[in-house]
Design a protein. Structure first.
Length: 386
């Protein structure tokens, strides 16, 4: 078998993932407004993590704005295109994953890669590499890994697709295996890491793990890069089709479990904050759609009129009216003038949210948000797991 592994070493991890799947799949209905907000936030975090790992200098806040069609002036258009490309690739994954005619084939990977690189021909988008590749440690200049020669790449990609098409012992094992396989084969000139992470998400989704808790591993890897890169050491220094990738399989599954536990706790905390934000907006006599602007401000993300228009799907006039009303209610405060104006947390925002959640705060700064989130996290962690 190409890149063999011992599945028995991961049985404890797959069993726990199955328990989490059963628990989360049957947790009951989630409010539509919260589900949409959560999806948008997780998408931005995953895109920001995966693209920044490949040297694209974007923050989560900038990705939020780029995906809403409001590219910050400080962000280069070529970087914004890569952000949009990665999002498009992930959207393509969701569209294709449930197709009854779906097959793991070479052209699937090539099509995903073309989207990941936003069709940039000069970067090799949508084409297997035709030249040699070397992975160099930028800190030391040393050769870290030598992928296979380009003439071997097409056959190796076909073999990898054949393995994952036949099916492996568990969706999470399949996701880990195709991740390490694509990374090891290094089939493209650029964007191999992003491609590997996208196909891993696709494998999870195909295996029935469709919730973002299971398909948004990029954010976890982005915060644990040293562990991520260390997990590839099992490949050795030069590509070997017989390399035992068991260590990577286990590291990948452990990361997935860490991510699902962390996201479950975070989502339960943040859903309470979202409910408090909606209540504060309603109590102020504002339209519920204004909650999106207040939510971003609560987390210290700037809100521009154009960004808000995209979130709320409203006209310029309605957006202007909404933002003025939220400012008048003390939930937002404007900074700057005319086209450069942005909106941030108002002086009364944190106190109102804290009061609604039973967490008194005296500060009107980010420290208040830390107090609120910290106390809610403590409370939720003490609750019986759902």
């Amino acid at each position: 078998m190409l890149l063999p592994y011992d599945a028995s070493t991961a049985l404890d991890l797959t069993a726990e993932l199955d328990r989490w799947k059963a628990q989360l799949d049957y947790r009951g209905p989630v409010p539509r407004s919260w589900a949409g907000r959560l999806r948008r936030d997780l998408e931005a975090e995953a895109v920001a993590a995966s693209t920044s790992m490949e040297g694209v200098p974007v923050t989560v806040e900038e990705v939020h704005h780029i995906l809403a069609g409001d590219r910050p002036a400080r962000t280069r258009e070529e970087d914004a295109a890569l952000v949009r490309g990665y999002r498009d690739a992930m959207s393509f994954v969701l569209r294709r994953a449930d197709d009854i005619a779906f097959k793991w084939v070479r052209e699937l990977l090539i099509g995903l890669h073309d989207r990941i690189l936003a069709g940039n021909w000069g970067a090799g988008a949508g084409r297997l590499r035709i030249g040699p590749a070397q992975l160099i440690d930028n800190r030391t200049g040393e050769l870290v890994f030598q992928p296979p020669p380009p003439e071997d790449v097409p056959e190796l990609v076909d073999r990898a697709c054949s393995v994952i098409e036949k099916g492996l012992e568990h969706a999470a094992i399949g996701a880990a295996w195709i991740h390490v396989a694509v990374a090891a084969i290094h089939p493209f000139t650029d964007g191999n890491g992003r491609a590997a992470r996208v196909v891993a998400s696709l494998a999870m989704y195909r295996g029935g793990f469709k919730l973002p808790e299971f398909t948004s591993l990029e954010e976890w890897w982005g915060r644990h890069r040293s562990e991520y890169y260390s997990s590839f050491r099992c490949l050795g220094n030069t590509f070997d089709p017989n390399a035992d990738v068991t260590p990577f399989i286990r590291a990948h599954l452990e990361a997935q479990l860490h991510q699902v536990r962390a996201l479950d706790l975070r989502e339960r905390v943040q859903q309470r904050v979202w409910t408090a934000v909606e209540e504060a907006v309603t109590a102020a006599g504002l339209d519920p759609r204004c909650s999106n602007a207040v939510w971003d401000a609560f987390f210290s993300r700037s809100v521009t009129p154009r960004y808000y228009r995209s979130l709320a799907d409203v006209s310029v006039a309605t957006a202007t009216k909404d933002l003025a009303a939220v400012v008048a209610a003390g939930l937002l405060r404007p900074v700057g003038r005319a086209r450069s104006r942005t909106y941030h947390a108002g002086t009364g925002l944190y106190a109102r949210i804290g009061a609604a959640l039973g967490v008194p705060v005296n500060e009107s700064s980010e420290a208040a948000r830390g107090t609120i989130i910290g106390e809610l996290t403590r409370r939720v962690a003490l609750e019986r797991p759902r």
